[in-house]
Design a protein around this ligand. Structure first.
Ligand code: LLP
Length: 418
């Protein structure tokens, strides 16, 4: 479903005018479409059909409890990278046996928390982590289910900051050392080897790198079998891209079709860790124009949302479409920079963008902001994090209240005589 569409020149989220939400909750805010998120979750998971599989939503993409609950109720599991994300999943009603735990820097306390919760699998990223997990599990008197995250050394052809499967990246264990490390794991007293894992990068717009990684992992599973180490699942990570501008990523059906064909004959359970594709296009970020000005021929639209609220354009030079919430046909287009109030030159939402003329007080919607939007927000410049709203049909719910300056300062202390 199309989550955000114009009706009579006004931008709606499902059946709700975004301007109405702005009046009620103030700006800036994130808005998600319940219908779109549900359809993406069901469509992605359903695309794998009868193949034994588990779709684990990657919590880091968008970690609001309401969104996690929506995913959990549709049968999805979760891919987490911290004890905090684990706590969120449990609070949202997740089934712990559908949670996989990735990340290069798990602490002993986080391992304990996850073992006590009874998660499905640890995606272990280094020999040192494996040793620690064995010890922590031993102390608790349990066995830790483990997959090793193998670095398949394939080029996902995406932005270098979000490419993770090349040998120069910090992630995973080299596929050359994998068999030896698996042998070591299999011999450990408190480790159960259950799977193999990789994640090669994010915002991939072709299927081929996934197939290359899958082939490498399947070859590894074979070598493991020869070495007497049996695994039950193969986790291919996340990474399927979305359309921000004019990309044409494979649909979940095309992606699933290609994977199922190769994996079905092996009898392995397939685990996937999609983030962006489930939520990216189901959210937008709404901000209000404060001022417009021109400096030496350059035009700026200064808005109340900044890089602390939505960092992707500033951090990756990412393109996200910007739409006026009220479209005026008579307005001419201008080339502008859309910038925020933060004291950094890098604080922009768009550069040299052609937009219809906008005036102070008007609203702009930054599209495709559902993934890595709010979840990457900070409070830099003592800016409280914004509200999050979920629209369902012609109703909306505030799923996270706007923070207050008081809540930001809570916990700070001024020592006597400072
Ligand atoms: N699994 C693992 C182990 C990951 O590290 C990630 C994302 C995912 C799954 C989900 O990937 P997705 O399906 O969302 O592509 N902040 C960046 C993206 C960073 C991705 C980090 N890892 C951005 O805004 O583009």
């Amino acid at each position: 479903m199309e989550p955000f569409v114009y009706r009579d020149g006004r931008l709606f989220a499902e059946g709700v005018d975004l301007a109405t939400v702005a009046e009620a909750v103030g700006t800036p805010f994130y808005c998600y479409s319940h219908g779109h998120l549900s359809a993406q979750a069901e469509g992605f998971d359903g695309a794998f059909g009868e193949l034994p599989h588990l779709t684990c939503f990657s919590v880091k993409a968008c970690s609001n409890l309401a969104i996690l609950a929506l995913m959990a109720r549709r049968g999805l599991g979760f891919d987490i990278v911290s004890g905090g994300e684990l706590a969120r999943c449990l609070a949202a009603g997740a089934d712990p046996t559908k949670i996989v735990y990735s990340g290069v820097g798990k602490s002993a306390a986080e391992m304990r928390q996850a073992l006590e919760a009874g998660i499905r699998c640890f995606n272990v990223e280094s020999p040192g982590e494996l040793d620690l997990l064995d010890r922590v599990a031993g102390k608790l008197g349990v066995r830790a289910p483990v997959a090793l995250r193998v670095n398949p050394d394939v080029d996902p052809q995406t932005h270098p900051y979000i490419s993770t499967g090349l040998k120069e990246n910090k992630f995973g264990i080299s596929h050359r050392e994998a068999v030896a490390e698996y042998r070591r794991a299999a011999a450990m007293a408190n480790i159960d080897v259950v799977g193999v894992d990789c994640h090669i990068g994010s915002q991939l717009t072709t299927v081929q790198p996934f197939l290359d990684a899958l082939d490498r992992l399947l070859a590894l599973v074979e070598r493991l079998g020869e070495a007497g180490v049996a695994v039950r699942h193969l986790d291919l990570g996340g990474g399927l891209g979305i359309r921000y501008d004019n990309e044409a990523p494979p649909t979940p059906a095309e992606y699933a079709g290609a994977l199922v064909e190769r994996i079905a004959p092996t009898g392995l359970t397939l685990i996937l860790e999609p983030g962006r594709v489930l939520v990216g296009n189901g959210g937008c970020f709404v901000t209000r124009v404060l001022y417009t000005k021109g400096n030496e021929g350059k035009r700026f639209v200064i808005v109340d949302g900044g890089m602390n609220d939505l960092v992707r354009p500033a951090l990756y030079g990412a393109y996200q479409e910007i739409l006026p919430v009220a479209a005026h046909r008579s307005r001419p287009n201008r080339i502008v920079d859309v910038v925020g109030p933060i004291c950094e030159t890098g604080d922009f939402l768009a550069r040299s963008r052609e937009l219809p003329v906008v005036r102070p007080g008007e609203l702009l919607a930054v599209m495709s902001a559902g993934a890595y939007g709010f979840s990457m927000a900070s409070t830099y410049n003592t800016r409280p994090r914004v509200a999050e709203v979920m629209v369902r049909g012609d109703r909306y719910h505030v799923i996270r209240e706007r923070e207050t300056v008081a809540s930001l300062m809570a916990g700070e202390q001024i020592p006597e005589g400072v």
